[in-house]
Design a binder for this molecule. Sequence first.
Ligand SMILES: Nc1ncnc2c1ncn2[C@@H]1O[C@H](COP(=O)(O)OP(=O)(O)OP(=O)(O)O)[C@@H](O)[C@H]1O
Ligand SMILES: [Mg+2]
Length: 401
Amino acid sequence: MEFSGDVREAISLSRNAPLGPPPLCSICQHKTPAFGKPPRWFTFAELELATGGFSQANFLAEGGYGSVHRGVLPDGQAVAVKQHKLASSQGDREFCSEVEVLSCAQHRNVVMLIGFCIEDGRRLLVYEYICHGSLDSHLYGRHRDILEWSARQKIALGAARGLRYLHEECRVGCIVHRDMRPNNILITHDFEPLVGDFGLARWQPDGDTGVDTRVIGTFGYLAPEYAESGQITEKADVYSFGVVLVELVTGRKAVDLDRPRGQQCLTEWARPLLEEYAIDELVDPQLMDKYSEEEVYCMLQAASLCISRDPQSRPRMSQVIRILEGDTIMESSHMSTPGHDAHSRSGRMYPNHQQQHEHFSPASLKDAFDSFSGKLSIDANMRPALRERNRGRRASCENEL
Ligand SMILES: Nc1ncnc2c1ncn2[C@@H]1O[C@H](COP(=O)(O)OP(=O)(O)OP(=O)(O)O)[C@@H](O)[C@H]1O
Ligand SMILES: [Mg+2]
C-alpha cells in the first residue's frame, strides 16, 4: 500500500475495519491499537511503505532523538515512526528486551509502543499515532487557540491516570517515566491526553545503556534529588508532573529566558505564590475569568505537594488524582508510603508485584486515605475564605497603584 497523503483520510478509510476498542478521538476516529499483543518486529521496508518512504508530507517533527514520521499500517492503524538519528548496534539485545517490557504498558492514557525495527544499525520505534499534537504546542506553541480550562483539567487528570498506571498498575512493575513534560503528553482532538516516551529516554544514541544513575530529563522539570545524585524513583516523575500542573494553571513555560529575572524558572517564581494560594497571580491571564476556581484550587494544591523539595513529602500519583478530583487534601507529611519508596531507588523499572497488591485494591486505598490523620476535605468553609483572601489581595494591589 502506497501512503503519502493525509493521515486523517487514511484513518477515515479504516473506519470500516473490523471492530476493536472504541475510537479514542471522536473527531478523526483515532483508532486505539488492540491491547494484549506483543510488540511487532517491523522490517525497514514495511516502515518505508507505511510512511510513504519517510516522505516530507508525512514528516511530523525532529525530536531530541531523531525524526518522527506518521504512517499507516496495512491494517489501517495510524502510527508515528521514530528514527534514532545516531543508532548503533550496541546494546541491541537489551534494546529489544526493553521494548518488549515497555510495550506491555497499555492504558487509555499511555501512548502504545506497537513495535520496533532494528536493521543495518538503524533503530526505529513504532507508536500509535496521536492526532492533535503535544501539550506544549497547545499551551504555548503553534496551536493558536487558547487552551480552555476544561481541557486543561481533562489533560491534568488523564495524564495523571497515565502516570499512575505506569507507576502503580502496570503488570511489569513500576515504570519510571524519567522525562515527564508537556512535549511528552500527546493530545487527541477531544483533549484526551496520552503520556508518551516513557522509560526509553535512557536509550541514548551513544549506546550507553547501563548507567542508571545518569541524569536524563529536561532542565526545569528535574527533581532536586535526581539532579544532584541521579537517583531515580517515581517521586522524581511526581515532581516533573507537578511542574506540568503549574504550567497548565499559569500557561508559563518551566524555563523561559524571555521573562524578567526571578520569573525565568517557573517553580522558583511559583513556589511562594503557591504557598499563599495566590490564584489571581498564578492563573493564566489568557483564561480571563473562565475557569473553575475549585478546580484551580485543587490543581494548585496537587502541584504544590508534587514539587516539594523532599521526595518523601510528594504524593503518589493515585493521591494526586484524588486531589485533582477534589476528594481529598493531605498534609505533605502524610505523602510517603514507608517501604514503597525504598524499593524504587535503584532503577527506572523494577518488577515488584507486591507493591501493587499492597496498595491498590480499592479497599486498601480507602483505608490508606482514612488513616491519614491530617486528612481534610475541601469544605465549604475553606472556599469562601480562599475567595475572600484573593479579593483582599486584589484590593491591596489596587490601593498600591
Ligand atoms: N505517537 C505520536 N503521535 C503523533 N505525534 C507524535 C508522536 N510521537 C511524537 N510525535 C510528534 O513528534 C514530535 C517530536 O517528538 P519526540 O518525542 O521525538 O520529541 P520531543 O518529545 O519534542 O523531545 P524528546 O525527543 O526529548 O522526547 C512531538 O512533539 C509530536 O508532535
Ligand atoms: Mg517526546
